[in-house]
Design a protein around this ligand. Structure first.
Ligand code: ADP
Length: 482
């Protein structure tokens, strides 16, 4: 565990490592064992204010830093992250639980946001035109929105940070990052990497706290933060949107999901089973894009369920650091209880368990891969984001029926469909109310693509060409034609 030992355990403010003013620390635990890994400084509102002041003080100089310089810092950080893949992967496995293979994949995915936005930093452009009446030249330029507050969840400790920090740095914004208190170590390690890559003091500040509400609200009301980028639950997103309304702070919101996955009778079942495994089991199901409701055409329902259950039953559950582990622990006991409650509720309403469904004995927050068939439309799983390895199978007869059921949710982040019929693929993709569609694939996340949702799954997009836009303002300059 030298990897834990080597990570800074303090707040990162103004380019230096500092204890919390109160001297308080919080415990970071390993969900595979329930044991404490280490303690990290636990910020109070006063620490939050100092972090914002550091970001505000650094804003003008960072905005004036040449795009090429900003780009190269990001690119150097990308190189360092890739060179330290093994250490960062192990760190994530220890504090979050995901198996090492998945943690390594997250390092590659997370790092890619830095490479992508290092390439975007030098392509921020504007425009010039003559007004229709010919009297003015209209110059349009782009400027960083200003100091940002970035709030991230625990499920992708590296990628959720780089997906926000990358575009913010590229755009010329300074920032305070508040990672989830369950998984602060990866963010602190990332701060150390950015410092090593040459990031000037105060551009990135990190505040870890168990008092998220107490620290964040005064910062949003303080008048200095110009942008909030949040990833987390819809419930917390609503609270933050209300707070941002008072000081008219720009927001990007990546909120909850309740992804439908539809398997049509004309699907290639091998592809559908494989895609469902990815859509359901990536990150133990702890992803806002995870397939939550799986609708299978009645004519293939039994075969699909049998094949999926065989694949799920073959997965090895265990400590993510052990070789061969496919499924690590869930983040905490509450997360596991939520998954189990969903299973029990479905069974009470007539579902059958094909595999899994039993709470394991012993330490750690493990839950077995579970497949439920015959899930009724009124089961809690239909409107609960499970965030666990539970595949709930429902059936349908007609395309319309499947689409109506898929759209019957306040969420609209990801949706998946499996069909070999091109007309159907496009027609259904267009009618599904979601920001992202996996068409014959279970994986939509890609740093080069615009990630985000519609309805109550959020506002704005991260990644892709548009990701940097969230951190830029337009400025228009009127110049009379002389
Ligand atoms: P999850 O259920 O995945 O933990 P949350 O929405 O509770 O999702 O948390 C996502 C992030 O939001 C975390 O960093 C958490 O500390 C933070 N958070 C939770 N509640 C608040 C709040 N009231 N104000 C600001 N941040 C919050």
């Amino acid at each position: 565990m030298t990897v834990v030992h080597d990570v800074p355990k303090q707040l990162f403010i103004g380019g230096g490592w500092q204890d919390a003013e109160s001297g308080r620390t919080l415990s970071v635990d390993n969900p595979a064992t329930g044991e404490e890994l280490c303690r990290v400084a636990d910020a109070s509102p006063a620490d939050g204010r100092r972090a914002v002041e550091a970001a505000v003080a650094a804003q003008a100089a960072w905005a004036a830093t040449p795009p090429r310089v900003r780009s190269e810092i990001l690119r150097r950080a990308y190189d360092i992250i890739i060179a330290r893949t093994e250490d960062l992967a192990l760190l994530m496995t220890l504090e979050m639980g995901k198996p090492l293979a998945e943690a390594r994949a997250e390092v590659a995915y997370g790092a890619e946001f830095f490479r992508w936005f290092s390439e975007e930093a030098v392509r921020i452009d504007g425009g010039m035109m003559t007004a229709p009446d010919g009297k003015n030249r209209l110059l349009v330029t782009r400027q960083p929105v200003g100091p940002c507050l970035l709030i991230t969840p625990w499920n992708f400790p590296l990628a959720m940070g780089t997906r926000k920090i990358g575009p913010a740095l590229a755009a010329g914004c300074t920032m305070v990052l508040k990672p989830a208190p369950q998984t602060p170590l990866t963010s602190l390690a990332l701060a150390a990497i950015l410092k090593e890559a040459g990031l000037p003091d105060g551009v990135l500040n990190i505040v870890v706290t168990t008092d998220a509400a107490g620290v964040v609200e005064p910062l949003l009301r303080g008048g200095q933060i110009r942008k909030l980028s949040f990833t987390g639950s819809t419930q917390v997103g609503r609270i933050l949107l209300a707070q941002c309304a008072d000081t008219v702070i720009r927001t990007s919101m990546e909120l909850g999901g309740n992804a439908p996955l539809i398997v049509f009778d004309d699907a290639d079942l091998d592809v559908a089973v494989e895609g469902t495994m990815v859509a359901k089991m990536r990150n133990m199901g702890e992803s806002c894009c995870a397939a939550n409701r799986i609708y299978v055409h009645t004519s293939v329902a039994e075969e699909f369920a049998t094949r999926l259950a065989a694949r799920m039953a073959a997965l090895k559950v265990g400590d993510g650091t052990e070789p061969g582990t496919d499924v690590g622990p869930l983040i905490d006991i509450a997360g596991r209880a939520k998954a189990h409650d969903v299973v029990r509720d479905a069974v009470k309403r007539g579902a059958t368990i094909l595999t899994g469904g039993e709470l394991p004995e012993g330490p750690g927050c493990f839950y077995p891969p579970t497949v439920l068939t015959g899930v009724s439309a009124d089961a809690a799983v239909n409107d609960t984001e499970v965030f666990g390895p539970v595949a709930a199978l429902l059936t349908f007869e007609t395309e319309d029926e499947a689409i109506t059921a898929a759209n019957a949710t306040e969420f609209g982040l990801a949706a998946y469909l499996f069909t070999q019929n091109l007309d159907r693929a496009l027609r259904v993709s267009e009618r599904l109310e979601s920001g992202m569609i996996g068409l014959n694939t279970g994986l939509v996340s890609n740093p080069a693509a615009p990630f985000g949702g519609v309805k109550q799954s959020g506002l704005g997009r991260e990644g892709g060409r548009v990701g940097i836009e969230e951190f830029l303002e337009y400025k228009y300059i009127a110049v009379p034609v002389g």
